[in-house]
Design a binder for this molecule. Structure first.
Ligand SMILES: Nc1ncnc2c1ncn2[C@@H]1O[C@H](COP(=O)(O)OP(=O)(O)OP(=O)(O)O)[C@@H](O)[C@H]1O
Ligand SMILES: O=P(O)(O)OC[C@H]1O[C@H](OP(=O)(O)OP(=O)(O)O)[C@H](O)[C@@H]1O
Length: 212
């Protein structure tokens, strides 16, 4: 059996990805005790695990250096996709929303609105769909700051509990897309290592089914 390689998104999706692997019966000792090592092997299944930032997960899978990846739908929508999206893993749930300062009449003005976001492609597509001309400003984090500082009229960002918006005097005015973690597969790997990939996806599906 060929040994597969999977890229997991570090951070918020990491713990639940590893918990899913454990429910699949995979020995995750190495990835749970990484130290400074970057490639972690599973001792009882032909799989190596790498941890990466979300956009890098997509890059590694697109280039085929990783056969599989776990990444949020937000990253997939932002980066486009030339891979298979095979499973909705059901965790990492949140949504893309348009949010403004409480009391702001976002649609009631004719000036070009400035939109701050970590996701410029998603924001542009959302407003293009509405036929609205907006100016999109790319921000790398804590996007909620931009309207507070007067840099933007609105933000497009991920909302989970809504606490970050609330605590900063912002309100969501439109939902754009529901988000959750997805299992993605490199297109060539799917052909070359079909039995291995199907075995892994099947295990994954059964573990998800059992915990429903
Ligand atoms: N508030 C949230 N609730 C649920 N899932 C989230 C939330 N924020 C982010 N996510 C999901 O987790 C993924 C990783 O987010 P995480 O915050 O760990 O890293 P990041 O935003 O890419 O960058 P950084 O490491 O710089 O904070 C996101 O791409 C998204 O799919
Ligand atoms: O609705 P909530 O439960 O408050 O979650 C939403 C927040 O979580 C994410 O930020 P993150 O913590 O990843 O920090 P970042 O903005 O620096 O990426 C997102 O960008 C929001 O700021």
């Amino acid at each position: 059996m060929n040994r597969l390689r999977i890229a997991l998104t570090k951070g918020r999706l990491q713990e639940e990805s590893v918990a899913l692997f454990e429910r699949m019966g995979l020995d995750c000792t190495q990835v749970k005790n990484p130290g400074r090592r970057l490639v972690h092997s599973v001792s009882n299944y032909p799989l190596d695990i790498v941890l990466a930032k979300a956009p890098d997960v997509v890059t590694y899978v697109e280039h085929g250096v990783c056969d599989l990846g776990i990444v949020g739908k937000d990253t997939i929508l932002e980066m486009g996709r030339s891979f298979y999206e095979v499973l909705d893993l059901g965790f990492g749930r949140c949504r893309f929303a348009l949010a403004v300062r409480d009391g702001e009449d976002f649609y009631g003005t004719y000036k070009t609105r400035r939109i701050a976001t970590k996701y410029p492609a998603v924001a542009r597509a959302f407003f293009a769909d509405k036929g609205m001309d907006v100016s999109v400003i790319k921000i790398e984090g804590s996007v909620e700051l931009a309207p507070l500082l007067g840099l933007a009229d609105a933000i497009v960002d991920l909302v989970e509990t809504g606490a970050t918006l609330r605590e900063n005097g912002l309100v969501p005015i439109e939902d754009i897309h529901q988000i959750s973690a997805r299992l993605i597969v490199n297109t060539a790997s799917m052909k070359l290592y079909k039995p291995e990939i199907l075995d892994f996806v099947g295990k994954c599906e059964r573990a998800l089914e059992e915990t429903k």
